[in-house]
Design a protein around this ligand. Structure first.
Ligand SMILES: [Zn+2]
Length: 173
């Protein structure tokens, strides 16, 4: 008799670099829109990596919604799940301008996304290795393929400029 064992889980393939850059550019536009609205510039695009279909595109809206959980990724996951009528988004991909925080990366795991690609690392909050490496926790029953550094320079610059302008505004009375 064959032994029942854990099925072998293969990691989801990374999205093609060109595909990653294409969706990251869209996410960057959303992040710019966030900055124009005084929100920390982060944008996220959720898409089907096999067809290229966009399921949701959102930007950070914590101020506008008075909601500390209204990060771009959370809003994109909510919108995409609603759009497809399923709380699981198995194998879908998300491009996000900044390394996701623990809340957002865990939401991506809950949603069963296959791939998360991000732009700039986020030393303070990043959960893909900067603050913590969430996926190194044992016992997680789903693993994402996470790729960083896609259009990292413009993603980081947008964030840096945003905080520099905010500091100037704060001191300029
Ligand atoms: Zn987040």
């Amino acid at each position: 008799m064959t032994q029942l064992s854990e099925p072998i889980r293969r990691p989801y393939p990374e999205v093609h670099p060109e595909t990653g850059r294409f969706f990251m550019n869209l996410a960057l536009n959303l992040a710019e829109d966030a900055a124009l609205n005084e929100e920390v510039p982060a944008g996220a695009v959720l898409f089907d990596p096999s067809t290229g279909q966009i399921l949701a595109q959102e930007r950070n809206q914590v101020l506008a919604l008075n909601d500390p959980t209204a990060h771009a990724e959370i809003l994109a996951i909510r919108a995409a799940a609603k759009a497809v009528g399923n709380y699981r988004l198995t194998g879908m991909a998300m491009a996000v301008t900044i390394e996701p925080c623990p809340m957002c990366l865990m939401a991506a795991i809950h949603a069963r996304l296959g791939v998360v690609c991000y732009g700039a690392p986020e030393p303070k909050w990043g959960a893909a290795g900067s603050l913590i490496d969430l996926q190194s926790l044992s016992g997680l029953n789903h693993r994402l393929t996470v790729t960083g550094g896609i259009l990292a320079e413009p993603c980081a610059r947008l964030l840096k400029d945003f905080f520099r302008v905010r500091r100037i505004k704060k001191t300029d009375h």
